[in-house]
Design a protein around this ligand. Structure first.
Ligand code: HEM
Length: 300
């Protein structure tokens, strides 16, 4: 107490020392806290803040910062894909997948056994949406058959045509690109440990066949180009060959023939070279000279 009194009996002035760098740190910390207090609720409400994406906080494509945080917190119901963050795939039973068929806020569907979050497409997949029947199930076959009833909305892909498998491959790419991958469905395509099942083998073989067929058909169109064709009420149907027909530019014209492709009962018009006149796959048009460049189509 004595130290606080000056010689003239008045109290000494109190001098307080503050460290300038410490107060700056406190100031910036406060600013960061205020910013976070504003930005985090916005991120949680609307998802995907562009500025967070630019910072590349290991937030993978299609996942928001919210997803990342929920993932780190281990919140299972988050719309985080295991794939996005390099952990094991989430596995669904059919019953579990059904719970995401549009009654709750989150909508999932499966195609080829892969589960996607399609919540952002709620206008299509949610209740009353034009494609709500796909929600909560794996209706892979219906993507090809267009049969959207209980009989058609199944995962079984056995017996589809090779080109159908390429169609399914396109649908899968579409979902991978436009929606968020969530995990795998246990059943026809994946087993209870997430390993590939019978359905995936059928799919892979089908895609192989589809690609071979596509190559063959491209080769086929080059060797036997399609004819030009026109139909009018006055002249009926006519086919003819030119230096360019069937989308193939060439240095020979060819003669129109009915081309019956292997294993098919229908035919298309092909322009062929004279050396193929005796090939049984090619039939002349009725009442048309074998060396005519144009023919009337009388039958079909
Ligand atoms: C096999 C037959 C068909 C299948 C499997 C199919 C499937 C689908 C699916 C899954 C979507 C939603 C895509 C998304 O998530 O954005 C969609 C959208 C759409 N489909 Fe189909 N579709 C078929 C046939 C048709 C046909 C024949 C039409 C027209 C006559 C049509 C018109 C539309 C339209 C307009 C949209 C966009 C809807 C929107 O964005 O709100 N679809 N289709």
């Amino acid at each position: 107490m004595v130290d606080d009194i000056r010689e003239d009996g008045k109290p000494k002035e109190k001098i307080t020392y503050t460290c300038p760098s410490l107060s700056l740190v406190a100031f910036y910390t406060a600013i960061v806290c205020v910013l976070l207090a504003i930005l985090i609720p916005i991120e949680f409400r609307y998802g995907k803040l562009a500025m967070f994406k630019k910072l590349d906080l290991s937030v993978a494509d299609g996942a928001s910062l919210k997803d990342y945080i929920l993932h780190k917190l281990g919140v299972v119901e988050s719309r985080v894909t295991a794939k996005h963050f390099g952990t094991k795939d989430r596995l669904f039973t059919k019953d579990e997948l059904k719970t995401y068929s549009g009654d709750s806020q989150i909508i999932y569907l499966a195609i080829l056994g892969q589960v996607f979050d399609v919540t952002k497409g709620a206008s299509k997949y949610g209740k009353g949406g034009g494609y709500s029947f796909f929600a909560g199930i794996d209706g892979t076959r219906a993507y090809i058959s267009g049969k959207f009833d209980d009989e058609g909305l199944v995962d079984d892909i056995d017996g589809l045509r090779p080109s159908d498998f390429l169609g399914l491959e396109d649908w899968l790419s579409f979902y991978k690109k436009d929606y968020i991958y969530v995990g795998k469905l246990i059943g026809y395509f994946y087993d209870k440990d997430g390993n590939e099942n019978e359905g995936i083998n059928i799919f892979k073989e089908g895609v192989k066949m589809g690609n071979i067929e596509k190559l063959n058909s491209a080769e086929d169109s080059k060797l036997y180009p399609g004819c030009n064709s026109r139909w009018t009420p006055e002249t009926g149907a006519n086919v003819w060959c030119e230096l360019k027909s069937g989308g193939v530019d060439r240095d020979w014209v060819g003669f129109p023939r009915k081309y019956f492709m292997a294993g098919q009962t229908n035919h298309r018009c092909a322009c062929i070279k004279e050396e193929l006149f005796n090939d049984p796959r090619f039939k002349e048009y009725e009442d048309c000279d074998s060396k005519a460049y144009a023919c009337k189509v009388k039958d079909d």
